[in-house]
Design a protein around this ligand. Structure first.
Ligand SMILES: N[C@@H](CCC(=O)N[C@@H](CS)C(=O)NCC(=O)O)C(=O)O
Length: 202
């Protein structure tokens, strides 16, 4: 029986990021697919958001803290570059993804297209130019590098992939065709078993 538990419904991009990190490290774990803001979820995360994580008696929330802990506490391949500059770039991307990409692509496009929020086309329309700006920035890096922080996948890629996977499933996926570096990166990520095995069922 594993002493590692991941809490949170598998449709969450952040839960998927944690699942990719666990798979990359080869950590076996119990997955309890609690919905956000339920008593079960609030018992392990005072914000009610998913995911939360437990290792033995140690409970943790916030995906960046969880994935950093997974990287440091378990054997397996490093999920972060050793080089100081590459690690800084990785952290720059994670911050950018959390602060800008997730709110725009998920909250202003995907949640409407998945009918999780009642449709508001005006919000989607306003999100399109912001999404293009974000894809342009990603393209500058991903047309030159295989991954966001260099030649090896890192936590930054694991934060970004679940979001772009959802963008790829809605009509706004057509935007991706203008960004060949981003599209090639997405295809590269989809070759990883950690990515395919963490895909939520619809
Ligand atoms: N800062 C949090 C964000 C987690 C988050 O936003 N999770 C979403 C699902 S992808 C959620 O729980 N949403 C429900 C809500 O905000 O009430 C983290 O990094 O873990």
């Amino acid at each position: 029986m594993s002493n590692v538990t991941l809490y949170g419904f598998p449709l969450s991009t952040y839960v998927r990021t944690a699942r990719i990190a666990l798979a990359e490290k080869g950590v076996s774990y119990e997955h309890l697919p609690f919905e956000p803001n339920t008593d079960d979820m609030l018992a392990v995360n005072p914000t009610g958001k998913v995911p939360a994580f437990k290792h033995g008696d140690f409970v943790l929330y916030e995906t960046l803290a969880i994935t950093n802990y997974i990287d440091q506490a378990f054997d397996g391949p490093a999920l972060q570059p050793a080089d100081a500059k590459e690690r800084a770039i990785m952290n720059q991307w994670i911050s950018y993804i959390n602060a800008y990409i997730f709110p725009v692509m998920v909250h202003e496009i995907v949640l409407f297209r998945f009918e999780i929020l009642p449709m508001d086309q005006s919000v989607i329309d306003e999100a399109i130019p912001k999404t293009k700006e974000q894809l342009t920035l990603l393209e500058q890096t991903l047309s030159a590098n295989d991954y966001l922080a260099g030649s090896t996948a890192s936590l930054a890629d694991y934060f970004l992939y679940p979001i772009l996977a959802y963008l790829g499933m809605v009509p706004e996926a057509s935007l991706l065709t203008d960004y060949p570096g981003v599209s090639a990166w997405k295809a590269r990520m989809e070759e990883k078993s950690s990515v395919t095995e963490s895909a939520p069922a619809f």
